[in-house]
Design a protein around this ligand. Sequence first.
Ligand SMILES: NC(=O)c1ccc[n+]([C@@H]2O[C@H](COP(=O)([O-])OP(=O)(O)OC[C@H]3O[C@@H](n4cnc5c(N)ncnc54)[C@H](O)[C@@H]3O)[C@@H](O)[C@H]2O)c1
Length: 331
Amino acid sequence: MDMKGRKILITGAAGFIGSHLADRLAGENDLVLVDDFSIGSMDNLAQLENRSGVQIVKADVTDRERMMDLCQGVEALFHLAISCLRTSLNQPVLSHDINAGGTLSVCMAAFDRGVRRFIYVSSSEIYGTALAAPMSEDHPCHPTTVYGASKLAGELYALAYHRTYGMPVSVVRPFNTYGPREPYAGSRAEVIPRFILQLAAGEQPVIYGDGLQTRDFTFVEETVEGIVRAAECDALVGDVVNVAYGQEVSILQIAEILAELMGHSDRGVKRAEPRPGDVRRHFADIGRARALFGFAPQIGIRTGIGRTLEWFESSGIASRAEPRASGLPNW
Ligand SMILES: NC(=O)c1ccc[n+]([C@@H]2O[C@H](COP(=O)([O-])OP(=O)(O)OC[C@H]3O[C@@H](n4cnc5c(N)ncnc54)[C@H](O)[C@@H]3O)[C@@H](O)[C@H]2O)c1
């Protein structure tokens, strides 16, 4: 099913990945961009605000009646709205309500309105730490956090709607995604933006644990491309697919690359207590995405980090960084 000339609804559209997905689909489609703006920001959607065919709606995905109204006439729905991993460490019920309950509510609305393609954007966190690597879609699902468990519940609800009612559901499991607009403040601040701000403020990057934990970092434009191609792939309906770059990089390596790019290689790093439930190892097997829809990411970690840094510098966010308690745990 081509994602062209469609009416498409995106939940979590004012967030990091959702706003890039909206950019990618705008122009060729009519978009209903849904977000409760609890975390997401209008800044992320400013470029789309006055574009014809784009409707920006403040709504809560757990509000089933509202979602029912919004799904009227929608042909494809990308469900991304979440409460994030770090929030789940202190507010597990919120995580459950939004990530699992919200997904069920969106499934019910989409099914009721006859949505023709439902794309559940899941997460590599559903796997837990790698028992074998690279991790294919058949890797056991042993999430370590309530966030991971709630994302897995969302997957299972969406797939249940496929198995029981025949709703055309596809599940995409992105691995860690980074790039412009990545959250840098409060509990949503991710590792790459935090390191950028710490280095820009004259501090050492703060690493929780030994820094040897790994992730498969994927540049946001490539994650979005994978999500769109997965949505277009008829053979994926009823199934799941990994979307990642396909390379294992440690948190320590990230700190080193950034320090070098910012001219602070001699600064070293500061170590702190590990984050509870932190996954030790993530490294994706992307063979299924390659075989099904020719997914072939090109943006390696140094290039991607360089582009991310450029955005944090040109947006003025890096130069406003202040030496303060930026290394304190944000969960
Ligand atoms: N960022 C990553 O590295 C990554 C990796 C794997 C998977 N994912 C998945 O991608 C999706 C998007 O992640 P992101 O990093 O862009 O997150 P994000 O926090 O930037 O975006 C989530 C958006 O959901 C909105 N939201 C929260 N609760 C809501 C509610 N009740 N109703 C409506 N909107 C609500 C927030 O305001 C926010 O704009 C999520 O499903 C996440 O699990 C992200």
